[in-house]
Design a protein around this ligand. Structure first.
Ligand code: ZN
Length: 73
């Protein structure tokens, strides 16, 4: 199976486990975004290239809910 590097202008979180930049792999079912270091690290479901899903999983400071505060005027 072939692996592609992700274009440098696309913002990607590093792998939560090892800090590697993710790669795209083409499988028979579609594309997955995955860690190049280990299969045990996170990879997205096969299909469209889903960097967003990768980022959501690997971000180190999760956004909890919507932190918008409405100020009483
Ligand atoms: Zn990793």
């Amino acid at each position: 199976m072939s692996e592609f590097s992700i274009q440098p202008n696309i913002p990607c979180e590093p792998c939560k486990e090892c800090g590697a930049r993710p790669v795209i792999e083409q499988t028979r079912k579609g594309f997955v975004v995955k860690c190049p270091t280990s299969k045990k690290h996170f990879s997205t479901e096969p299909g469209m290239v889903n960097v967003e899903e990768w980022n959501r999983y690997n971000q180190t400071t999760p956004v909890i809910g919507n932190q918008i505060k409405i100020k009483a005027s």
